[in-house]
Design a protein around this ligand. Sequence first.
Ligand SMILES: C[S@@+](CC[C@H](N)C(=O)[O-])C[C@H]1O[C@@H](n2cnc3c(N)ncnc32)[C@H](O)[C@@H]1O
Length: 445
Amino acid sequence: MQIPWGCDIESLENAYDLQKWLAESGLPPQKMGIDRVEVGERGLVALNNIRKGEKLLFVPPSLFITSHSEWSRPEAGEILRRYNVPDWPLLATYLISEASVDKASKWSNYISALPRQPYSLLYWTQSELDRYLEASQIRKRAIERINDVTGTYDDLRLRIFSKYPDVFPEEVFNMETFKWSFGILFSRLVRLPSMDEKVALVPWADMLNHSCEVETFLDYDKSSKGVVFTTDRGYLPGEQVFISYGKKSNGDLLLSYGFVPKEGTNPTDSVELSLSLNKSDKCFKEKMEALKKHGLSVSERFPLQITGWPLELMAYAFLVVSPPDMRQQFEELAAAASNKSRSKKEMRFPEIEEDAFQYVLDNCEASIAMYSKFLQASGSMDLDVTNPKQLNRRLFLKQLAVDLCTSERRILFRAQYILRRRLRDIRSGELRALKLFDGLRKFFK
Ligand SMILES: C[S@@+](CC[C@H](N)C(=O)[O-])C[C@H]1O[C@@H](n2cnc3c(N)ncnc32)[C@H](O)[C@@H]1O
């Protein structure tokens, strides 16, 4: 179903109307203008020289959309407040409600300039996720997110919408429109640290695209009473201005914003490695109980970065490989794996270190094999040319998946290299100790 709101972002017409409306509605004159850009399609571009350290934007609170914004249909807002609906579902419903009244909404210019189909994994079908993201843990995260959105909508429908069908008719408030509004929230909502972490849609500020190379982010500025950001570099006229959407992995960026940064440009990139207890382990039940007690399960995902992995991952690996005579330590290991341990020092269990590293290496290599299979096959995947429009979509999704999988596999290769080296050191240390022991034995004979 085609959503009747928003626009095709290839055209800048609606964005120019938005710019005009904002200027008439209290947005001060800007040093940036909306334009077609190379990264992110539409973005904000410097109109004059912008210096490093300048504050830009100054969007006043009267132009933010928050959970306290006034509803064009007050009865709808009143009902949701009575049911104490949390911020995210409230804002998702608000956006649909305002969109449905068209020009009668204060936000009609803003809504008309929003993308009709936000780039988000919410729009990938199950078979697209299976086909393109089989190797990546992002597939599971996308399915969880889609289920969350579906569950949230079902809950609202059952508890509220079905009781007030005149206020929330199904032609307007349905799964398709919720997918759209949640897609907009995931890709545009900002958390404002200096406003008690309030979440808001901030028109104009949400035209800024992300760069992994900048560190500046949007926040509320109490002195100027508006949303601003401070540039961490200078820009020449015509250059696109960027902010940071946060220290996110490529997978997180794809999940919420629908893009993957260029290979090797994201210093905070990470990949999730899934580790599981061995079902044939004699202590399976005891280990499972220990994990459960600390909020973990028999299968967990841990982030690997190019610079290393967290202590929690090693604690989980130690628990998996620990023999029955270490049962006294199961609790301690499960606590450390859940980040609840008091000690933040690296755990040392020399007698099972080799097994633990080997276990993590085996999991890394199994994961690498899946990525390699997908990346090798991706060249010959899309030969169906009977439907050109569908083919474009397929090529686009496939390219995103190839970019994601290449960056995730790169981190796994690095982990594989470090793990192999650690194992070689452990083994050569053992060999040296063995030779020494042998030498001593001969000496004392
Ligand atoms: C907050 S909006 C930014 C404005 C957006 N370009 C627009 O035209 O409405 C976030 C969306 O911009 C796009 N985007 C932002 N940064 C990007 C980047 N570095 N590369 C590709 N797309 C990007 C993605 O589609 C993302 O979902």
